[in-house]
Write a protein that binds this ligand. Structure first.
Ligand SMILES: Nc1ncnc2c1ncn2[C@@H]1O[C@H](COP(=O)(O)OP(=O)(O)O)[C@@H](O)[C@H]1O
Ligand SMILES: [Mg+2]
Length: 264
């Protein structure tokens, strides 16, 4: 039995959780929905089980409960890796530490240091540390646009599209290119996604990024550079919009295998 935390943003017309549940049952597995809002993390008999978080509410409750459940259960993705992915600072630190190509990035509370970086770069991308879906991301070129500290600033990599690579267990199983006429090409910002082939270079950098942040599976955002690709971030509860690869089937297969190994 796989216990599934449903994606909070599911709608009847776009239900990621249901897509994977259907595939789990087609493959002969069983699953049930796990309501993190209703469970008592100190008095639950859930133990030794596989829990899959298709998504998590970005509130102060669900992540804590999931983390408490991970003491006695196997959680995919692990709460630590979900947290790592949510933090752009932790993600950048791990990418740098593992020598994975990523744009030059600054994180500082010092306005002077931020202004110097902006001056050296001429322009920079500023992002909220816990942002998602391309929210709050701007290309700035003057100190007045910095806002309040802390400052997460990144070298601007000129582009007219980016890539989202879906990685399961270190393997890039699908990719899309995202195009828009705005800075952030996220589907949520109006970007259009179209399937592309996974090149060996994409496989290498996306697989390495997923391993570096410790996810079982994830969505890795890439930009093309002169030397190949650089990694922007890894999403620990990714969507698979516009992917041509059968992601729900592949995820279901991965989860069932994980459950089988748990029972051994
Ligand atoms: N350093 C950068 N240079 C150019 N474009 C960027 C840069 N960083 C982000 N972007 C654009 O903004 C989008 C969102 O950035 P990302 O770091 O993935 O944050 P989010 O978590 O909001 O998706 C990227 O997919 C890309 O299109
Ligand atoms: Mg992104």
């Amino acid at each position: 039995m796989i216990h599934i935390v449903p994606k909070p943003t599911d709608t009847p017309g776009d239900n990621s959780t249901a897509m994977v549940e259907r595939e789990i049952r087609t493959l002969g597995g069983s699953c049930r929905s796990l309501d993190l809002d209703a469970i008592d993390p100190f008095a639950t008999d859930l133990s030794g089980e596989l829990i899959w978080a298709c998504g998590l509410k970005q509130d102060e409750h669900q992540f804590e409960v999931l983390q408490a459940l991970s003491i006695s259960n196997t959680v995919v993705n692990s709460p630590l890796s979900i947290f790592t992915c949510a933090s752009k600072v932790m993600t950048s630190a791990l990418l740098v530490r593992h020598g994975i190509a990523t744009p030059l990035t600054l994180f500082t509370a010092s306005r002077d240091t931020a202004e110097r970086f902006l001056d050296e770069q001429g322009r920079a991308v500023i992002k909220p540390v816990y942002g998602y879906d391309g929210n709050g991301i701007f290309l700035i070129d003057s100190p007045e646009q910095l806002g309040n500290p802390p400052f997460y600033l990144q070298e601007y990599v000129p582009n007219d599209h980016d890539y989202r690579v879906f990685v399961i267990d270190g393997t890039a199983v699908g990719a899309i290119a995202r195009v828009s006429d705005t800075l952030a090409h996220n589907i949520h910002q109006g970007g259009t996604g179209m399937p592309v082939d996974v090149t060996p270079e994409m496989q290498e950098v996306a697989g390495a990024a997923a391993r570096a942040v410790g996810v079982d599976y994830g969505g890795v955002d890439l930009l093309a550079t002169r030397d190949g690709y650089c990694v922007l971030e890894v999403n620990g509860t990714p969507n698979w919009h516009c992917m041509a690869a059968p992601i729900p089937r592949l995820l279901a297969g991965y989860l069932l295998e994980k459950e089988r190994l748990l029972r051994k």
